[in-house]
Write a protein that binds this ligand. Sequence first.
Ligand code: HEC
Length: 112
Amino acid sequence: MKTMNALAVAAVAAMALSAGSAWARGDAAAGAKKAAEVCAACHGEAGAKPATPDYPILAGQPQDYLEHTLKAYKSGKRKNAIMAGMATPLSKQEIIDLAAYFSQQKGVQHKY
Ligand code: HEC
């Protein structure tokens, strides 16, 4: 019985640990690579200096917003011909990584 309890404690600890790492969502380094290859052409280096004012600043936008809106372009919920073409080929993981990367860049300042 004692062994069972120890196993249960270990299992709960392992779950807590993996939940802890899930909190820091996304691989910003992988996102940075993809961003430089694809997104920078319009949204500027690090998403901070778009090529024209029609292209939004991505740097510093909240991570969950970026993730949500990229999924919306991909699903067609948010309609924009350009971004549909950009978001459709992205995998779930690439979306999470890109959102992590852009949210960590200096750009839009939010005051809460
Ligand atoms: C050819 C130009 C172009 C490229 C390349 C491009 N975008 Fe965009 N992006 C746009 C335009 C234009 C909009 C505004 C669309 C709209 O009004 O919904 C936009 C909007 C967005 C938004 C919504 C921002 C907001 O404030 O709501 C996100 C997020 C985004 N792009 C991410 C990306 C990512 C990530 C990539 C690279 C995979 C990328 N874009 C590549 C042109 C581009």
